[in-house]
Ligand binder design. Structure first.
Ligand code: 13P
Ligand code: SF4
Length: 294
């Protein structure tokens, strides 16, 4: 048995990894998924130690949902530049300007921001979450492309992006030139809702990374408009299908975690994820409200 397996048993640990993690990390993971699937599995985890391979907001969400467990991140500074674009002060100001609006925060946000949200969403359930609300005006952050996607699905709501131009640098970089290249190559286009509106409009399917896993069997050839590693994950799941990635679509924070970091984290139990109690309690309400949306 290898050392990671030994330590996992010894410490009653579970390893969770996002779809974008490197193959060498996914290979040692017990659970691989999108941000919604990982949040649900973290909440249900009975292990004493949760090793979260992804980025900080995901590990914080695991801690908030299962606070009696020790949650560690193998690499302390693996963050999400999109999540960093929203602050609690910006939410407070927007709430003062739109007192009747609901605050819906993408899970890609800090725990401090989530504590100010009425409800959280992921890219897998954003439309269902907003549809479940009685408010017609919604402050939605921090991804403006996802906010636009929700607005187009729910035209009777007023979705106000917060901040107006919030975006993920990996997805925002997809363009109509990529669509053109994919159309020349052939195959269908599946795109993440963090991509720009014109790319979404030209794609065949819009889906979260978990949705991509579910929809992949539908076609023989796909151009996958999201972080590049998703293609290695899809190839591993569906070796008889063809998937194309965009070379430059790399989330550098997702690439920080290596297998050696996972081993070191299991040995030392560093780096522990902590969130102040009061923030956790308020953020948990917003995340659990999301999980309860059918
Ligand atoms: P998913 O919820 O689709 O896994 O996306 C998370 C993310 O960070 C996308 O960039
Ligand atoms: Fe954040 Fe974008 Fe990386 Fe996802 S791909 S973790 S949204 S920076």
């Amino acid at each position: 048995m290898n050392r990671i397996e030994e330590l996992k048993r010894e410490k009653n640990a579970v390893i969770l990894a996002h779809n974008y993690q490197l193959p060498e990390v996914r290979e040692v993971a017990d659970i691989i998924g999108d941000s919604l699937e990982l949040a649900v599995r973290a909440k249900e985890a009975t292990a004493d130690l949760i090793v979260f391979c992804g980025v900080r907001f995901m590990a914080e969400t695991a801690k908030i949902l299962n606070p009696s467990r020790k949650v560690i991140m193998p690499v302390e500074d693996a963050g999400c530049p999109l999540a960093d674009q929203l602050t609690p002060e910006m939410i407070a100001d927007a709430k003062a300007a739109y007192p009747d609006a609901a605050v819906v925060l993408y899970v890609n946000s800090s725990a401090g921001c989530k504590a100010l949200a009425d409800i959280v969403c992921t890219s897998a359930n954003a439309v269902a979450v907003v549809r479940s609300l009685s408010e017609t005006t919604v402050l939605f952050g921090p991804d403006a492309n996802l906010a636009g996607y929700v607005q187009r699905q729910l035209p009777d709501r007023r979705i106000i992006p917060l901040p107006p131009g919030g975006h993920c640098y990996v997805h925002h970089d997809f363009s109509l030139a990529d669509v053109e290249e994919a159309r020349q190559r052939g195959g269908s286009i599946i795109c993440h809702p963090e991509c720009p509106a014109e790319v979404q409009a030209a794609a065949d399917v819009i889906a979260s990374t978990g949705g991509m896993v579910r929809r992949a069997p539908e076609q023989p050839v796909w151009n996958v408009f999201t972080e590049k590693e998703m293609v290695s994950r899809l190839k591993e799941l569906y070796p008889d299908r063809i998937f194309y990635a965009k070379d430059g679509a790399i989330c550098h924070d997702m690439k920080k975690t290596r297998r050696a970091d996972v081993l070191r984290a299991l040995e030392t139990e560093e780096f522990e994820v902590t969130v102040p109690e009061a923030v956790m309690d308020r953020a948990r309400r917003a995340i659990e409200r999301m999980i309860a949306v059918p």
